[in-house]
Design a protein around this ligand. Structure first.
Ligand SMILES: NC(=O)c1ccc[n+]([C@@H]2O[C@H](COP(=O)([O-])OP(=O)(O)OC[C@H]3O[C@@H](n4cnc5c(N)ncnc54)[C@H](OP(=O)(O)O)[C@@H]3O)[C@@H](O)[C@H]2O)c1
Length: 270
């Protein structure tokens, strides 16, 4: 199944579009002719990207939103409608991670992570899917991680959140069969975006923990994501090394894998 064709009154809403993978997914969609609605908190970055994409001839709108705010999330569909647009493509990409063992974690920070990585995904899918199904066309791309394929001591809540996104999106795909709407999970391995630094990794820790051949560029990840979305594939894992390690992690008995991961994770070495 292919993605809905681009049209003047149709758009792709991309969360976390102010940097990293989200900005590249917006660029990739725009390159394929889709208009975009860019959502995140940093207005200047969103406006710069909207300017860049508008110059290529697509319609690019900015809707600054704090996705941790439930009322702000609830208001998004009306704000898109007010622009005279319908959302044919929903990309739930905004995400964050905490770092370190749960017994030393800040309870508020852990809840903020689950609110963004899990609740916002569920919320926006629930709000935008009915319109897509009614129109008989659409695509959802939810961004998880290769961390979705195994428990991740040192980032327990993050790994659990991404496992939720993978399971949820696969289930959506089953529910949506025959509706004209598809659901795809993007599961990147390491990508140099500033995400690791925001979580609390030093650049050295990140590169030491994961070998160079596993790292993908944001642009390559976005291409892989939009190809999979366009093909209606349920799961996309950018890079052969990441596909291999995700399968291996999924299949390895967890009584062996979890202690090994715990012994190597930088967030547990401090
Ligand atoms: N980089 C990696 O190695 C990697 C690997 C696997 C999966 N991922 C996943 O890829 C996705 C994108 O991450 P990235 O690597 O591109 O990192 P990033 O550059 O840090 O991007 C995170 C995005 O989320 C947005 N965001 C954060 N809090 C928000 C909030 N409260 N409301 C609205 N937007 C918010 C940020 O925008 P504002 O700050 O402007 O709000 C930013 O645009 C995440 O879901 C992440 O889990 C990343």
């Amino acid at each position: 199944m292919s993605l809905p064709s681009p049209a003047a009154d149709r758009t792709a809403l991309v969360t976390g579009a102010s940097s990293g993978i989200g900005a590249e997914i917006a660029r990739e969609l725009a390159r394929r002719g889709h208009g975009v609605v860019l959502v995140a908190r940093r207005v200047e970055q969103l406006q710069d990207l909207a300017g860049e994409l508008s110059a290529t001839g697509v319609r690019a709108e900015v809707l600054p939103t704090d996705l941790l705010d439930r009322n702000a999330r609830a208001g998004l569909p009306d704000r898109v409608t007010a622009l005279g647009l319908t959302v044919d493509i929903l990309v739930n990409n905004a995400g964050l991670s905490t770092l370190g063992p749960v017994h030393r974690a800040d309870a508020e920070a852990e809840q903020r992570m689950v609110e963004l990585d899990v609740m916002a995904v569920v919320d926006l899918c629930t709000r935008f899917l009915p319109g897509m199904v009614e129109r008989g066309r659409g695509g959802v791309l939810n961004v998880a991680s290769t961390a979705a394929f195994q428990p991740l001591p040192g980032q327990a809540g993050y790994g659990g959140s991404k496992a939720f996104v993978l399971s949820y999106t696969r289930a959506l795909g089953g529910e949506l069969k025959g509706t004209g709407v598809t659901a795809t999970t993007l599961c990147p391995g390491p990508v140099d975006t500033g995400f690791g630094e925001a979580a609390g990794f030093t650049a050295e820790e990140a590169t030491d923990a994961l070998p160079a051949f596993m790292w993908e560029t944001p642009a390559a990840v976005a291409r892989c994501a939009v190809d999979a979305l366009a093909a209606g594939r349920p799961v996309a894992i950018p890079g052969q090394a990441n596909r291999f390690s995700a399968i291996a992690a999924h299949l390895t008995p967890k009584r062996f894998l979890v202690p090994l991961l715990a012994s190597r994770h930088p967030g547990l070495q401090r």
